[in-house]
Design a protein around this ligand. Structure first.
Ligand code: AMP
Length: 416
């Protein structure tokens, strides 16, 4: 299938051609005609599936022909984080190059004045995080009465981050008659309640199995003591010569500590988390994207929306407390169908989090041991005597005499 069969304008087809997009991804095939037809859409789409173009392309087309010469916000895209807002805004700019369409991005944690200036220059598409949008609306710096399409991107994440009240307040300011597009990587009861409240006879689109992780991503799980994790990360990156690795931790403190540790091991790393200024975060991302640093260590929130072409490796230094974050994290690799590897380091205390991931994804994972980084049985016993019995997976791995997969055994680990 080609983009021309989806009803897209020749101007857009020419832009896609210059970008080298030849085949629409499944979410694009399903969503573009529905959005063009003006329907509400509820789409289950993971990150990396091409979902931004799935809504941006048809919306650019719908709003290519202006009804008035006056600029007015016709498309409003809400995203959970500033990084995703920037990413979506950049996509609108990329997909509408040479067309008379203005996209503006607004998010908190950055000075509001340049954003107001950009809005005053004329805005057709506004991409914003809920808090900053509400601030602009309450100060009457924007008029939302002209919005024709509302997009909620990563709606599940917005709910996780507690934006529900902000979203409800924003929706009250929008016209009743509008198109609403709802994208979510995962679905739970809360997501359904919100979708029911704001969508009218939506077309349901689900291109991947619900709550499934993206195909083509190999997932490996290493059981390792938490005190040895930094060493194992350095070993994996160094011995396998990985050049661009995104590493997730649960806390800001762990981000800083791990980035420092990697530096000591000769692996350049940038640290990105919510306590860093926007400028520092942008510089970190840029250094990572351009290959000036090999690793980017980040918390979940900071890494949201980060889009790097052909990112091959993701390491979960710690498993997330929220299993849905696991899907988002590993979705950073395997972008647009590329192959990827997601490695998770699991300490004894984190095994219950692995079980949550298994429940959510419906997959079963075998915990491996990396030679030289096998968990200390004394520490194990201590932890399990205060908690629960060793899990079936550990017993299975031990019964198999597993000290890692064939690949995992290759090479000599550095002992610390
Ligand atoms: P997204 O899921 O929107 O974050 O997109 C993931 C990545 O895939 C982005 O880098 C896009 O530029 C890229 N992409 C989106 N659609 C296509 C396509 N049809 N062909 C090739 N790359 C694409």
């Amino acid at each position: 299938m080609s983009f021309s069969t989806l009803g897209l304008h020749t101007d857009l087809l020419a832009i896609l051609d210059t970008l080298g997009y030849q085949t629409p991804t499944p979410i694009q095939q399903a969503a573009i005609p529905e959005v063009l037809a003006g329907h509400d859409v509820m789409a289950g789409a993971q990150t990396g599936t091409g979902k931004t173009a799935a809504f941006a392309l048809p919306l650019i087309q719908r709003h290519l022909v202006r009804e008035t010469s006056e600029k007015a916000i016709r498309v409003l895209v809400l995203t959970p984080t500033r990084e995703l807002a920037q990413q979506v805004h950049k996509s609108f700019v990329k997909y509408s190059r040479g067309l008379s369409l203005n996209s503006v991005v607004a998010y908190g944690g950055a000075s509001i004045n340049p954003q107001i200036d950009a809005l005053n220059e004329g805005c057709d598409v506004l991409v914003a995080t809920p808090g900053r949008l509400l601030e602009l609306a309450i100060k009457e710096l924007i008029d939302l009465s002209t919005v024709q399409t509302l997009v909620l991107d990563e709606a599940d994440r917005m709910l996780d981050m507690g934006f529900i009240v902000d979203i409800e307040r924003i929706i009250k300011r929008l016209p009743e008659t509008r198109q609403t597009l709802f994208f979510s990587a995962t679905f739970n009861d809360e997501v359904f309640v919100l979708s029911k409240a704001i969508l009218k006879q939506p077309k349901l689109i689900e291109v991947a199995e619900r709550n499934a992780t993206a195909a083509k991503i190999e997932q490996r799980f290493y059981e390792v003591d938490s005190t040895r994790k930094a060493g194992l990360v350095a070993y994996l990156i160094g011995s396998k010569n990985w050049q661009q690795v995104l590493i997730f931790t649960r806390t800001k403190q762990a981000v800083d500590e791990l980035a420092k540790e990697l530096g000591k091991d000769g692996i350049s790393a940038a640290a990105v988390h919510g306590d860093k200024s926007q400028g520092a975060r942008d510089r970190g991302l840029e250094a990572f994207k351009t290959g000036q640093v090999r690793a980017l260590v980040a918390t979940d929130v900071a890494a949201r929306g980060l889009d790097i072409q052909q990112l091959q490796y993701v390491i979960n230094y710690e498993l997330p407390y929220n299993a849905e974050d696991y899907i988002h994290r590993i979705g950073r690799t395997g972008r647009a169908g590329q192959a990827g590897l997601a490695v998770s380091l699991v300490s004894n205390k984190e095994k219950y989090l692995l079980e949550d991931v298994e429940k959510l994804t419906g997959e079963h994972f075998i915990l491996q041991w990396m030679e030289g980084f096998e968990p200390n049985p004394m520490a194990q016993e201590e932890a399990s005597s205060t908690k629960s019995k060793p899990s079936k997976k550990t017993l299975r791995a031990k019964a198999l005499g597993q000290s890692g997969s064939k690949k995992a055994k290759a090479g000599k680990p550095r002992r610390r």
